[in-house]
Design a protein around this ligand. Structure first.
Ligand code: AMP
Length: 446
């Protein structure tokens, strides 16, 4: 299938060609025609599947159509009605956005905003604003005061603006909930319902979520009217472009030695190393910095300005290694990330899928390496059950584990919560009890 068959406006297909896209991805091919026909959507699609364009292109189509209609109306009404110099296309300013996208994190919101600007680059005077937490209110207020086409927001900050009457959503024609499951995990359910109540009942709604079970399913039932259900690729489908490997570490020192070895491999163009906590991320970034890596940490406890600078550093390749937590890493879309390394395991098995999706992007291949100690075996087991794939165990010459690989508990039911096997609880110091670790310690022998 080609983009031509989707009947998109020429201003959009031009932007897609400029972005180097030859054909729609699976989710785009399914979602775009339905969205253009005005249908509500309920979409599960894996990260990196091109889902952003699958709602942004229909959103931009809506904006273009509205402008063309307004221009035609002005023309029909003649110069007297069209302002001092007759018809003026693309100036039909309305208060409040026509399209509202809700996203769980600042990073994802910024990523969606970038996609809106990229795909809408030839749409004259396109007005896109983001409203996210952790940044000053001033610029957001100014953007909300002016005419607006697309607003991309995290629920918490949008609620602030709604509460103060600074944002009005009465013109919303299309509402998108991106990563809805994650927004609910983060406790945004009441905020989302308040926001939805502020939009017109007659609107198009698209929900994107890894799962539609439990609360997300109930929310979908409440918000969507006769939706088209799209499962572009199930969450458990393999990431064909991503090779996965599992290294068993005997202990903390062994794990660090494995990490150090992998990071010095020439094949590492750029790597994202995941930790379980913010504290671990800072600690590990310090340690890698002391070892001479160009590295920075990225987590939700950092001010937005710094987070943006870190991401710019990654994009511009000033940074080779990023040490990140799950929440902060959502939405990182840097094609040159060749490696994802799980240094601390995720709290939830679906986060594993999101993590490894940071590599193997935009048609490239990637390597996802998980470093696990024996106590992580429960989480490894749950991840494998979730993805329905075994992560192949691997070793590095000279750094083989001394202890045998833990037994594979495939037939045991998953432990609810999994606290005793999962990653370290938040806020716990990283060092194992009774051991000291020298930050500037010598590199392990290889
Ligand atoms: P997303 O799943 O929206 O985060 O997109 C993942 C990546 O795929 C981004 O780098 C997009 O720029 C890229 N992408 C989206 N659609 C296409 C397409 N049709 N062809 C090639 N790359 C695409």
């Amino acid at each position: 299938m080609s983009f031509e068959t989707l009947n998109l406006n020429e201003l959009l297909t031009r932007a897609l060609s400029a972005a180097g896209y030859n054909e729609p991805t699976e989710v785009q091919a399914s979602a775009i025609p339905a969205a253009l026909a005005g249908k509500d959507l309920m979409v599960s699609s894996r990260t990196g599947s091109g889902k952003t364009a699958s709602f942004m292109l229909p959103a931009l189509t809506r904006i273009l159509a509205q402008r063309e209609q307004a221009a035609a109306e002005r023309k029909a009404a003649g110069p007297a009605a069209g302002g001092p110099r007759g018809p003026q296309p693309f100036t039909n300013a309305t208060r409040g956005p026509r399209v509202l996208v809700l996203a769980p994190t600042r990073e994802l919101a910024m990523q969606v905003a970038k996609a809106a600007s990229d795909y809408g680059r030839f749409v004259p005077g396109l007005r896109v604003a983001t409203v996210v937490g952790g940044v000053p209110y001033g610029a957001q207020l100014a953007a909300l005061r002016g005419p607006l086409d697309i607003l991309i927001a995290t629920p918490g900050r949008l609620i602030d603006h709604l509460g103060s009457g600074k944002c009005q959503l009465g013109n919303v024609e299309m509402l998108v909930l991106d990563e809805a499951d994650r927004m609910l995990d983060m406790g945004f359910i009441d905020d989302i319902r308040l926001i939805v109540d502020a939009t017109p009942k007659k609107r198009q709604t698209a929900m994107y979520s890894a799962t539609f079970s439990g609360n997300v399913g109930r929310l979908a039932q409440d918000l969507l009217r006769d939706p088209l259900r799209i499962e572009a690729s199930s969450q458990t489908e393999s990431h064909a472009d991503i090779e996965q490997r599992l290294h068993w570490a005997d202990d903390f020192e062994h794990k660090n030695a494995l990490l150090d070895h992998i990071l010095t491999e020439r094949s590492v163009e750029q790597a994202v190393v995941f930790t379980s906590t913010q504290r671990d991320a800072d600690w590990l970034a310090d340690r890698l910095h002391d070892m001479g890596h160009s590295v920075a940490s990225l987590h939700g406890g950092m001010p937005q300005g710094r987070r943006t600078r870190v991401l710019q550093g990654l994009r511009s390749k000033h940074l080779r290694v990023l040490v990140a937590t799950d929440v902060a890493a959502r939405g990182i879309d840097v094609p040159s990330i060749s490696h994802v390394i799980n240094y601390g395991l995720p709290m939830k098995e679906e986060d594993y899928v999101h993590r490894i999706g940071r590599t193997g992007r935009a048609g490239r291949t990637g390597l996802a390496v998980t470093l696990a100690e024996r106590r992580d075996s429960g989480m490894i087991h749950r991840i494998q059950r979730y993805t329905t794939q075994r992560i192949p165990a691997a070793t590095i010459e000279g750094l083989e584990p001394k202890r045998p690989e833990p037994p594979k508990p495939f037939d045991r039911p998953a432990r609810p919560g999994g606290k005793s096997f999962g990653p370290r609880p938040h806020g716990k110091p990283f060092k194992p009890a009774g051991k000291t670790f020298s930050k500037a310690g010598p590199r392990p022998a290889r």
